[in-house]
Design a protein around this ligand. Structure first.
Ligand code: FPP
Length: 293
């Protein structure tokens, strides 16, 4: 592709090989990652589950730095779901809270050095006040950065997000002349989601081999390419991110239309699972750099 490794970026031989195979003009504008497999990583080593979470921080660091340095405009990480809070033992939840606060304090310099702006999605107000304070401080400290937007999904549920969007729409209608004056279309709904201003993810990556979306960005992932790797999250690094992007660049994205030859791709035809024929004519959006909740 005739490009070189970004300045200041240390890459080993494998990373360099994958990076040089990428088409720099077709990088995903937004990558979303379901980080999974921390518990299994720990179990395989006869360690407590929380050791997997602790090891997962190194994976977060490497992935975030690589994404920023190669010029990905937006990265969203599914850190903790609403269900995680409700269904996991309090000791594990407390550990995750402490880990998050530590991450926010210790990674600030790296985030700023890489010009990364930090943002959150999820029901933030249900988190402990001390955690909310740390989150607020970290996002303020990066708010002037102009590079990659890093969004952490914390206490996040896509269904709750859609519920909150409908509530916000109804409240806005009540303030503006009632339901008769309310427009309900895709744009109105998108603008009331936590992700307003962000383009929908082009690529969603899930680690540890599970084939589920687990209540993550259900609206926004409608046309995303899905890449599932067997790698457990604590073993994930920049090179695995680059491999995911390489796989993404091999995909034929049609948004419900036809390929350049006037047909669907053989890959879809062969498995009889081309379900996007009825889709509306959606086009990939670009990152709107304005602030969003
Ligand atoms: C899923 O693995 C992972 C989580 C619920 C927590 C994710 C947390 C981190 C990656 C570390 C901290 C993150 C930040 C942003 C500081 P699991 O426990 O469900 O794994 P299992 O399916 O193997 O049990």
């Amino acid at each position: 592709m005739g490009h070189t490794v970004p300045a200041g970026m240390k890459m080993d031989r494998k990373e360099t090989e994958v990076y040089l195979r990428l088409d720099r003009a077709r990088l995903p504008q937004h990558i979303a990652i379901i980080m999974d497999g921390n518990g299994r990583w720990a179990r395989r080593r006869h360690m407590p589950r929380v050791a997997g979470h602790r090891a997962g921080v190194a994976a977060v660091r490497s992935t975030v730095e690589t994404a920023a340095r190669i010029g990905i405009p937006a990265l969203t990480l599914y850190a903790f779901s609403e269900e995680n809070w409700k269904k996991r033992p309090k000791t594990e939840v407390d550990f995750l809270m402490r880990l998050l606060c530590r991450y926010l304090r210790e990674e600030l310099k790296t985030l700023n050095d890489n010009n990364i702006r930090l943002n959150y999605i999820g029901r933030q107000r249900e988190l402990p006040p001390s955690v909310q304070c740390e989150m607020e401080e970290a996002s303020c400290a990066t708010s002037k950065n102009t590079g990659m937007l890093l969004t952490l999904a914390l206490n996040y549920s896509a269904r709750s997000e859609i519920v909150d969007a409908f509530r916000a729409l109804a409240e806005a209608a009540a303030r503006n002349g009632g339901l008769d004056h309310m427009t309900v279309d895709e744009q109105a709904i998108s603008e009331h989601l936590y992700t307003r201003g962000l383009p929908d993810p082009d690529l969603v990556i899930r680690t540890s081999g599970e084939m589920r979306l687990s209540n993550f960005l259900l609206w926004q992932l409608a046309y995303s390419e899905i890449y599932v790797t067997q790698t457990l999250w604590p073993d994930f690094r920049g090179v695995q991110l680059l491999e995911g992007i390489e796989e993404y660049q091999k995909r034929d994205r049609r948004y419900g239309g036809l390929g350049p030859d006037g047909h669907g791709s053989d890959r879809h035809a062969a498995d009889g699972h081309s379900h996007d024929g009825h889709a509306s004519e959606r086009q990939p959006a670009r990152l709107n750099t304005g602030p969003h909740a």
